[in-house]
Design a binder for this molecule. Structure first.
Ligand code: IMP
Length: 429
């Protein structure tokens, strides 16, 4: 039985929520494998709107949710989210949610460091969500992080807090921010322990059993390939690997278990936070895309930057992300635009490149090379078959497939779950 991994192919917010929700209804288990509560998915189910940040989307569909070891977990945010969805009638229990015992915890000091550093960067800020994601991953690789399993060992917690505070209080002092005391942190962690530990287990074992039983597993990515700490527009990226390969290491399965890799891309392009965005529009068309596409961050509420579809960028994401099929979302936002542009490469100095180079100044200097296409005047909103689409819209989609070197396997034409043109079921690969 094939599994499926879903990842973003641009800079996040590609409309993963709807696609993941649809796929979750066909899966048995949904696994988060990287990121933390910097992600945001809005799911509309019946008359309820769920805003999920850390919880795997499948919970809304009554599927087992797993938070893998690659995720960084803020226990306060986790419990608040469980409480919030509980008040909406979705009861998350240790029967419906399992958390990797070896996942890393985000503590209040991580958020404090994140925000203090951003403030110190001034105009050069990354535009992080300020939720402590980066500092928590830094502690992981520095081998001083507190993990979920440590909550069961008060002495380990106390020792690790000593080391953490030595490091972070020095930094916080240097940044002119408030420092943290050990006792308050320890007391709070010990209060949280009995609330979090019932969810903890070696999830790799459960996933192994599920695989052998032929269960369908959906790996739910957060952020997107261009925010990947290796392959994205570094340093304007998040602090985890967002490519599909991470689904394996971030949940404790082998690479062969990941299955079909579905990349999600908007029919245009958006970005929150700072960093290069070669096709960004600063004109009325950019504002129109933002208004029509309701381009405001789920987590930050910030206005997203908008621009033309960047096929060179998505092609790069297809290659490094291992994307085998593309889900193209929000095609309807382009309805009525007389002319569309698609970026096919970049001009940097005297050179033309088909990919975005890695160096910062080169990325910032990249001028898009556009191909211009005729738009369509008809509405594509709610289309459920190719026959419902105007010829020009089909041409646009076909050209994107050629340029990014991946087939469009799913086309989403409105926020409604059923307004989808399915070319191929990723679970049936
Ligand atoms: P961090 O993940 O909070 O460290 O933020 C690093 C960069 O990733 C910033 O540009 C954020 O705006 C961006 N980012 C983080 N999570 C998301 C997301 O879910 N969608 C889009 N951008 C995100």
């Amino acid at each position: 039985m094939a599994n499926v991994a879903v990842i973003g192919a641009q800079w996040g917010d590609e409309g993963k929520g709807k696609v993941v929700d649809w796929l979750a209804s066909r899966a048995d288990i949904v696994v988060r494998f990287q990121g933390g509560h910097n992600a945001g998915h809005t799911l509309v189910v019946g008359d309820q709107t769920y805003k999920l940040s850390l919880l795997p989307s499948g919970l809304v569909r009554g599927k087992l949710g797993i938070i893998g070891n690659g995720v960084v977990i803020d226990p306060e945010a986790l419990l608040a989210e469980i409480d919030r969805v509980g008040r909406q009638g979705l009861h998350v229990t240790p029967e419906t949610l399992r958390i990797a015992e070896n996942a890393i915890l985000i503590l209040p000091l991580h958020g404090a460091i994140d925000r203090a550093r951003e403030a110190a960067r001034g105009a050069a800020k990354i535009g992080t969500t300020g939720r402590g994601i980066g500092p928590a991953y830094e502690d992981k690789v520095a081998r001083r992080a507190i993990r979920v399993c440590d909550l069961a060992e008060p002495e380990t917690l106390a020792d690790k807090l000593d080391e953490l505070l030595r490091h972070h209080n020095t930094l916080l002092k240097g940044l002119g921010a408030d420092t943290f005391g050990k006792q308050a942190l320890l007391d709070r962690l010990l209060e949280l322990a009995p609330l979090v530990l019932p969810f903890a287990e070696p999830v790799w074992e459960r996933l192994d059993e599920a695989r052998r039983a032929g269960k369908r597993i959906l790996f739910e990515g957060a952020q997107a390939v261009m925010l990947d700490v290796d392959h994205g527009t570094y340093p304007f990226v998040t602090s985890s690997n967002t490519v599909a390969a991470t689904a394996a290491a971030g949940s404790g399965v082998g690479p062969g278990a990941v299955g079909f890799v579905l990349g999600i891309a908007k029919a245009y392009c958006t970005r929150v936070g700072s960093g290069p965005f070669p096709t960004e529009l600063h004109d009325a068309t950019g504002a129109l895309l933002g208004d029509r596409g309701h381009e405001f961050g789920t987590v930050t509420g910030r206005r997203r930057r908008c621009g033309w579809f960047d096929a060179a960028l998505v092609r790069q994401a297809v290659k490094v992300g291992g994307i085998q099929g593309l889900a193209l979302t929000k095609l309807d936002v382009l309805d009525g635009l007389p002319e569309l542009r698609v970026c096919v490469g970049y001009r940097i100095g005297g050179e033309t490149l088909r990919h975005l180079p890695a160096a910062m100044r080169a990325q910032a200097a990249a001028e898009p090379v556009f191909e211009t296409m005729e738009g369509w005047s008809e509405s594509t909103r709610g289309a459920r078959s190719w026959a419902d689409l105007p010829a020009q819209a089909i041409k646009y989609v076909r050209r994107i497939e050629e340029l990014v070197e991946a087939p469009v396997t799913l086309l989403s034409t409105s926020p409604e779950r059923d307004d989808t043109i399915l070319v191929k079921d990723p679970f049936e690969d």
